[in-house]
Design a protein around this ligand. Structure first.
Ligand code: ADP
Ligand code: MG
Length: 232
């Protein structure tokens, strides 16, 4: 039995101050095995995005422990967390989050360059080709369709070869057919690279494609079906 790649133990987190403080996560525990695809569903405001941010080290918890990719995030410095994230985490958002005045190629290459990668543009070109965009490398985000923009975002997330791919409603801004293609791409890439996929979605069918499904409600995990043993 291997150590789970994501392990949250009794995690609690309050965001905001004073009158606007919200107890967002209320004792969340979660184990995700390496290579597993986990689908997180639940009503708006139930804490799904915050849970993803905790796993990515973008939010620190008030109580409980967070272990990801063999590292315990509690007590790490900001620099250590940033380094952890660079090594281990790729993130894809609903609204793509591309930089508007950079081409597709630059959107993928520049983060690699900033991380000190020796050959960022070659890797970026390869990653764009791998998501089917080799004919769009010099396009700016405004010149790309939603589906194409999300492909660029996926290429950017995959370029550092992370162990864990986090996707927050990645198909939420796309029509059904395009959303389906993007979901297919995410699952294919995760499988191909042995990545662990953590996916928030409103699409029950999409969540149903994941090997583990989690339902959140009011900051708690409502149901987490027993982990299926990953047998070789
Ligand atoms: P979901 O992704 O499930 O829609 P979120 O994780 O984004 O939910 O948010 C959960 C709850 O936490 C919401 O009620 C939201 O308003 C609240 N929240 C999120 N961020 C903050 C913040 N910085 N300050 C105060 N409340 C916040
Ligand atoms: Mg959300």
């Amino acid at each position: 039995m291997t150590e789970p790649v994501i392990q949250l133990k009794d995690v609690s987190l309050t965001l905001g101050e004073g009158a606007s403080a919200v107890h967002v996560l209320k004792g969340v525990s979660l184990d995700v095995e390496k290579g597993e695809a986990t689908g997180i569903v639940g009503p708006s405001g139930s804490g799904k995005s915050t849970l993803l941010m905790v796993v990515a080290g973008l939010e620190r918890v008030d109580a409980g422990t967070v272990s990801v990719a063999g590292e315990t995030l509690n007590g790490k410095s900001e620099d250590q967390i940033a380094a952890f994230r660079g090594r281990n985490i790729g993130i894809v958002f609903q609204s793509f989050h591309l930089i508007p005045n950079m081409t597709a190629l630059e959107n993928v290459a520049v983060p690699l360059e900033l991380a000190g990668h020796p050959d960022p543009f070659a890797v970026a070109a390869r990653e764009l080709e791998a998501v089917g965009l080799s004919n769009r490398v010099t396009h700016y985000p405004s010149e790309l369709s939603g589906g194409e923009q999300q492909r660029v975002a996926i290429a950017r997330a995959l370029a550092p070869d992370p162990a864990i791919l986090i996707a927050d409603e990645p198909t939420g801004n796309l029509d059904q057919a395009t959303g389906r293609q993007i979901a297919d791409l995410l699952f294919a890439k995760a499988k191909e690279r042995g990545m662990t996929l953590l996916l928030v979605t409103h699409d029950v069918a999409l969540a149903g494609r994941c090997s583990l499904q989690i339902a959140m409600r009011s900051g708690r995990i409502e149901s987490a079906p027993a982990l299926q043993a990953v047998s070789a």
